[in-house]
Design a protein around this ligand. Structure first.
Ligand SMILES: [Cu+2]
Length: 120
């Protein structure tokens, strides 16, 4: 079917506006990263160790640290970016990791306790 030039131009203009609008509000050009997953990851503290000692998570994931030991521990980042402070037996503390990186942490009372969170 022959399309009249005027209709052609109009169609192009409408299309162009639509794409510009999409680009302007960012839905097409630069989609925001998906909302953080609601799922949380558990790290348990028992027998003077973090279990698992190393976890790999997606950006935005929450980790719930639980102290299941008979003594108090902490979850303290080497770079001080997070610190649970004192966790008595049975206490939990959670932290959302919203920046990619490798985070090493230890217990303020027991420096031999080492854990790593890898955020991708
Ligand atoms: Cu400890």
């Amino acid at each position: 079917m022959y399309m009249r030039p005027v209709a052609y131009v109009l169609a192009a203009a409408v299309l162009g506006t639509g794409i510009s609008a999409l680009l302007a509000n960012g839905t097409l050009a630069d989609a925001p990263s998906p909302a953080p997953s609601a799922a949380a990851v558990d790290v348990n503290t028992k027998d003077f160790a973090y279990a698992p000692a190393s976890v790999t998570i997606a950006v935005g994931t929450k980790i719930i640290f639980k102290n299941s030991d008979t003594v108090a521990h902490t979850v303290t980042a080497e770079d001080k970016s997070f610190d649970s402070k004192n966790l008595d037996q049975g206490q939990t503390w959670s932290h959302v990791f919203d920046k990619a990186g490798t985070y090493k942490y230890t217990c303020a009372y027991h420096s031999f306790m080492l854990g790593t969170v890898i955020v991708k």
